[in-house]
Design a protein around this ligand. Structure first.
Ligand SMILES: Cc1ncc(COP(=O)(O)O)c(C=O)c1O
Length: 372
């Protein structure tokens, strides 16, 4: 018997992530230099671990309210009030992915269009399709700043949402306050919802990264998470904040899907909010500086200001991002081809969330490949 006929039609067209191909190749290598991973290389801070262990031992393993622990929600609300003088409705999500899925489920009717800057985080296009929407990609090359004229040119009478991500994955580019303001004004003028994925906001190296909350608070749905800033990726914790009507529908959908974010993790998230990670931010800033210095002159790239990624162009002698990545993998170096995040196959992503000696070794191979 084949179970193929049980698979729903809308699932098959979703391609598997281009990152997977690299991970599969990686499994064949012995101790590769791995600059492909999109998560911090430091452990969860000890105090957060202790707090979570205490929560588990103290039998805080039950469901929480679907919207999250009241103390955590209050703390998030206080931080948003302090940061933006903003008092949105909010709830705790299972990572930013959980918030994103529920936001799209709550807002998208079949055929509704969502504008997404290209290059984009791998899930965006697929999640929009999964809920019956149409992803419309708006080119961000060459400097990866969101240009309002390009977004405006992509608007149709089906457009409902602009999905922004800053600092960006895979580029590490932080949108300038002017870009964000211009896109926020466009959303106002054309009556669109802004979804702002700010999972990397704490990892900003050249001053704070801006948010559409500053310019269009009443039409911004903010998604943030604890995974990247506090290395809690596997604990699946984030939050969604925004218009009451949308949050109410998302929270309703959470009851029937995720139910709630993991209870001990929520206790840990509250501790995380009081845990200073500025030394890790300093560490990543230094890694950003290191990798930019190592690759300067050998590659074209936009100097990133956030996250832990660099997105250089492949050298001219390679036919595509994939051809370049294959050559790198032959030298035992793992990086991700740009077409995992883009309609173009002209770039590649490096994650610099790795030890400095590995970064130096990786850069040496990259320089060699560029010179070869
Ligand atoms: C831009 C962006 N958004 C969302 C996510 C997913 O985050 P989470 O693990 O909190 O679901 C990631 C993870 O890599 C990301 O890079």
């Amino acid at each position: 018997m084949t179970a193929q006929r049980f698979i729903a039609d809308h699932v098959l067209p979703l391609g598997s992530s281009g990152i997977r191909r690299v991970f599969e190749l990686a499994a064949t290598l012995d101790d590769p230099i791995d600059l492909s991973i999109g998560q911090p290389d430091f452990p969860v801070p000890e105090n957060i671990k202790e707090t979570m262990c205490g929560a588990i031992r103290g039998d805080r393993n039950s469901y929480t309210p679907s919207r999250g622990l009241p103390a955590l929600r209050e703390r998030i609300a206080a931080d948003l009030k302090a940061e933006f003088d903003w008092e949105p409705d909010l709830f705790v999500t299972c990572g930013v992915s959980g918030g994103l899925l529920l936001a799209l489920m709550a807002c998208i009717n079949p055929g509704d269009e969502v504008l997404i800057g290209d290059p984009y985080f791998v899930s965006y296009k697929q999640l929009v399709r999964l809920v019956g929407g149409v992803p419309v990609l708006v080119d961000l090359y060459e400097d990866f700043q969101a240009r309002p004229d390009r977004f405006e040119a992509a608007i149709t009478d089906k457009t409902k949402i602009i999905l922004l991500c800053s600092p960006g994955n895979p580029t590490g580019v932080v949108q300038s306050a002017q870009s964000i303001q211009a896109v926020a004004e466009l959303a106002q003028r054309r009556d669109l919802l802004l979804i702002s994925d700010e999972i990397y906001t704490k990892l900003s190296y050249d001053g704070p990264s801006s948010s559409p909350v500053r310019f269009a608070p009443e039409r911004t749905l903010l998604l943030r998470g604890f995974g990247k800033s506090h290395a809690l990726t596997g604990l699946r914790l984030g939050y969604a904040a925004g218009p009451e009507e949308i949050i109410a529908q998302m929270a309703k959908l959470q009851q029937y899907t995720f139910v709630c974010a993991p209870h001990p993790g929520q206790v840990g998230a509250l501790e995380a909010m009081d845990t200073d990670v500025s030394h890790q931010v300093d560490r990543y800033r230094a890694k950003r500086d290191l990798i930019c210095a190592e690759l300067k002159g050998a590659f074209d790239f936009v100097r990133p200001s956030g996250g832990f990624y660099l997105f250089p162009k492949v050298p001219k002698q390679y036919a595509s991002g994939n051809a370049f990545v294959d050559a790198a993998i032959e030298r035992n170096l793992l990086i991700i081809p740009g077409d995992a995040f883009s309609e173009r196959d002209t770039h590649f992503r490096i994650s610099y969330a790795a030890p400095d000696d590995r970064l130096r070794q990786g850069c040496e191979i990259l320089r060699d490949l560029a010179a070869g």
